[in-house]
Design a protein around this ligand. Sequence first.
Ligand code: FMN
Length: 326
Amino acid sequence: MTFKIGRVVLPNRVVAAPMAGITDRAFRDLAREMGCGLTCTEMISAQALIRGSRKTARLLDIAGEYPVSVQIFGSDPGIMARAAQMVVEAGADLVDLNMGCPTPKIVKSGAGAALMRDPDRAGEIVAAVAAAVPVPVTVKMRKAWDEASPDAVALARVAASAGAAAVTVHGRLRSEFFGGEADWGIIRKVKQAVAIPVIGNGDVRSGPDAARMLTYTGCDAVMVGRAARGNPWIFREILHYLETSRELLPPTPALRVETALRHLELMVRYKGEARALLDMRKHAAWYTRFFRGAARLRERLHRATSIPELVNLIREIDSGCFKEFL
Ligand SMILES: Cc1cc2nc3c(=O)[nH]c(=O)nc-3n(C[C@H](O)[C@H](O)[C@H](O)COP(=O)(O)O)c2cc1C
């Protein structure tokens, strides 16, 4: 079933969450190959982009990708609008505004989840960005800053009337960071409160989870974050479940190894060997976490000093030492 955000038609209702340090180009390619309907970049500092930071510009490696959303963060409407124009020039199909990041450094600057406490400013940012770019603008938010502050229903209303084409709601307070369970009730309330599409997020780890979230909240699409780490098949699994109400068998150990190696190959292509070596260590550990000896392997992965060494370590694990899921 297709799903529309503004004039962008997405092939299905399963989207990948933006995750700093994880959802780089290689990750997004794999997610898309596994059927994911929309991928998103890591969050990008609007300020740094405008300043011309080369490190930040590298996060904007999206040429030829479709459909792709680029997420920016910041607290100044003018800077956010200018940064949004830059990401659209680079090829973004959608611009996502981060109003959910709980990190102290980000909220101290008035950005991320701090905007949930400041709906007026949040509205100014959405309006400035929506007026500056021709593509749909979306907002990703949490449940609220804390129990005492305006919640996602209030912010979603502000966003919708300022021109947002969709909102994503992660059902946790800022103060909860990633602890506890996501509250899907807030997603349901937001869906009832606004006419624009609502993407539900938080604790979707399987096809049945996705189906439950769609049914319970009435949301238009589900967003998957942590469950996709070292597990890009999750997108295929969810799509299959939504279509058939049946679960796919988990990937075989050999497929896990093959996919980890393909992930590494994509990283080398996009980032070069030195960066890929550093960035792939954590992904390799995620891909192999269900194998016996995973803890020891993780240590060795962290000491690997070359791509061939990393490849050998990943291959070595494929020797029948797979722990079944409990
Ligand atoms: C390592 C990590 C990095 C993240 N980076 C971002 C980010 O850059 N932008 C953002 O909006 N959310 C970010 N998130 C939050 C996720 O997008 C998502 O909202 C959250 O993980 C809840 O979804 P999940 O339960 O499916 O993981 C990050 C989460 C993690 C674990």
